[in-house]
Design a protein around this ligand. Structure first.
Ligand code: C2O
Length: 579
């Protein structure tokens, strides 16, 4: 294993090949579900860490780290740990394009195979960020100048005019998301374990690189290296509708597959379906505050849980991914379409130009989180684990050159050549009001069932139960929801409240709101995956004056219809967790 890993050059197994787009040619790299081949572990990443170039040190580091990981049994869900059989902890490797198989989706209750494999052309080059001469400034899509709008439309128009087998064409760019998210790729050398770029620490870096090349391609098509994608500023009341530039049916950035009821509506980041626009704005700012500031105890709670080679997909999404990010996919997707196309399912999301504008704001959240979160909230906002830094993906750059990129090269947007228009952040001061009056529920907490009697819990209605704190007076704690098994083909969402007397809280702007789980529908079959989330309770205890209690009353409110989520267990742990 070690010696394979150390030859840090391009693929040993896939000789350079030039093939036409799978839709246009045969034979094709598209492999149907049943016959996808799972041979050979020889795909090699070159994303090594510069200060670990010495090969033996690097190997040693890997092995040591694995031992440490194995010792952390209680910290993360079992799905997250390296199984003793796997040779070592390694980063998730870029896919082998020639082994791309069918992506899948559930369409009118039938599993549908989708061919979204990319064309394969040329050798893979390890991507080096070019020197930056002038920064590209990403601006709010609600504040673009007419010339910015014109350029944006022209660039997308030209992308749509590229031949379909050009890897930079509009549909090929959309297929990238389908392939990485609906199960077209296996992890190299790891049997039929999928590559999935959601619900883990790969979420932010993958999408950052994806948008980076998308933006560079658009800039090249209009011969403007300063072209920057606009962001949908949904975290600010002034940006809380679909940006009007996307509603002109004659423009190239229009998409007819959007929810007609939401074209001019205030966005619903809380996914409560409440109608009052004032309350929606309040909910939205509370959701932002909770997922950016209040609800996370460590960097993984925000970024997503560790995801390594040989481990199952979806170890746990970060707060931003499962919150505002998911909400807008669902808000825009068209309920008249079988799978909420385009935005409402990962396989089709990239077909709506609004998707990239949405993700430009998701990407902005990563930057803002690092900038504005007080460091006493989360001690370290960077992930230094080599399995994160060395994870890699493949894209085609603006010259249609196939390139391999590493997570570690996308951590600084200015080195990538872009920065952000500065806009005020009203959610920063949205800590919910102190809510100490709810003494009733404290006194009656012992009348509620104990958590231990209810779990595993099939979540199809509102549940309320008592959970024991780690100890009386412990002020710094986390609520852990473990082994959340989800049907990946469905929209699912639930909110968690603590000591709340309201039965179906549609107003989220209160101290009792602890956080959210939500997912965008994606691949089928193998329809379930198991994930976990953590919600920090420290500020909530303070806001509700309940740090001294022995136990809390948790309410879980599902926002989806029907079943689809089973929560394996729930518990409170001390923060920081004991190693
Ligand atoms: Cu890759 Cu918003 O999804």
């Amino acid at each position: 294993m070690a010696s394979i890993f150390l030859h840090c050059t391009t693929t040993a197994s896939s000789p350079p090949s030039t093939k036409l787009h799978p839709l246009l040619s045969k034979p094709t790299p598209f492999i149907s579900h049943a016959s996808r081949s799972h041979r050979q572990p020889l795909h090699i990443s070159s994303c090594v860490i510069p200060n670990q170039k010495n090969s033996s040190d690097y190997t040693q580091g890997k092995l040591d780290r694995r031992n440490i990981l194995l010792g952390l049994g209680g910290l993360y869900s079992a799905a997250n740990l390296i199984s003793p059989e796997s040779a070592s902890a390694n980063p998730v490797q870029a896919p082998e394009l020639d082994k791309c198989g069918a992506a899948t989706n559930l369409n009118n209750q039938k599993v549908l195979d989708i061919n979204c494999c990319p064309p394969i052309q040329g050798d893979i080059i390890d991507y080096k960020l070019p020197p930056v001469h002038k920064l590209r400034t990403r601006k709010s899509a609600h504040r673009l100048s007419p010339i910015d709008v014109f350029k944006y439309n022209l660039a997308i128009q030209r992308m749509k005019e590229l031949p379909e087998d050009d890897p930079r064409s509009f549909m090929q760019q959309a297929y990238i998301h389908c392939a990485y998210c609906n199960g077209a790729y296996n992890q190299p050398g790891q049997g039929d374990l999928d590559i999935q770029v959601h619900n883990s620490w790969l979420f932010f870096p993958f999408h950052r690189w994806y948008l980076y090349f998308y933006e560079k391609i658009l800039g090249k098509l209009i011969d403007d290296p300063t072209f920057a994608l606009p962001f949908w500023n949904w975290d600010n009341p002034k940006g809380m509708t679909i940006p009007p530039i996307f509603l002109d049916s004659k423009s190239s950035i229009y998409d007819s597959k959007r929810n007609p009821d939401n074209l001019k509506a205030v966005v619903d980041l809380g996914m409560t379906k409440i109608k009052d626009p004032m309350q929606l704005v309040t909910n939205n700012l509370t959701v932002m505050y909770t997922e950016m500031i209040r609800g996370n105890a460590d960097v993984y709670d925000f970024m997503g849980q560790p995801y390594r080679e040989g481990t199952p997909v979806s170890p746990g999404p970060g707060s931003s991914e499962r919150g505002s990010h998911t909400a807008l996919h669902v808000f825009v997707g068209d309920p008249r379409e079988p799978s909420g196309e385009d935005m409402g399912n990962f396989y089709s999301a990239g077909r709506d130009p609004l998707f990239y504008c949405h993700h430009a704001n998701v990407d902005r959240m990563w930057t803002l989180w690092k900038d504005v979160l007080p460091s006493d909230k989360v001690p370290d906002k960077n992930i230094t684990d080599p399995d994160y830094l060395d994870a890699s993906f493949l894209f085609y750059d603006e010259n249609a050159q196939l390139v391999r990129v590493c997570v570690k090269d996308c951590l600084d947007t200015r080195k990538m050549g872009y920065d952000l228009q500065r806009i005020d952040l009203p959610w920063l001061d949205y800590r919910p009001p102190i809510q100490t009056a709810l003494a009733r529920i404290k006194r009656t907490s012992s009348f509620f069932p104990k958590a231990s009697t209810l779990f595993p819990l099939k979540l199809n209605k509102i549940v309320r139960f008592e959970v024991q704190k780690t100890k009386k007076g412990k002020a710094d704690e986390l609520l852990v929801l473990e082994d959340i098994t989800v049907d990946t083909t469905k929209f699912l969402k639930f909110d968690v409240f603590v000591n709340d007397e309201d039965d179906n809280a549609l107003e989220l702007d209160k101290a009792a709101y602890a956080g959210t789980y939500a997912q965008v529908p994606h691949k089928a079959p193998k329809k379930t995956s198991t994930t976990s989330i953590r919600l920090k309770l420290t500020d909530l205890y303070e806001d509700m004056d309940i740090a001294d209690d022995d136990s809390i009353v948790v309410t879980i409110v599902p926002r989806h219809i029907g079943s689809g989520v089973t929560i394996g267990g729930i518990k409170i742990i001390a923060n920081p967790p004991k190693a």
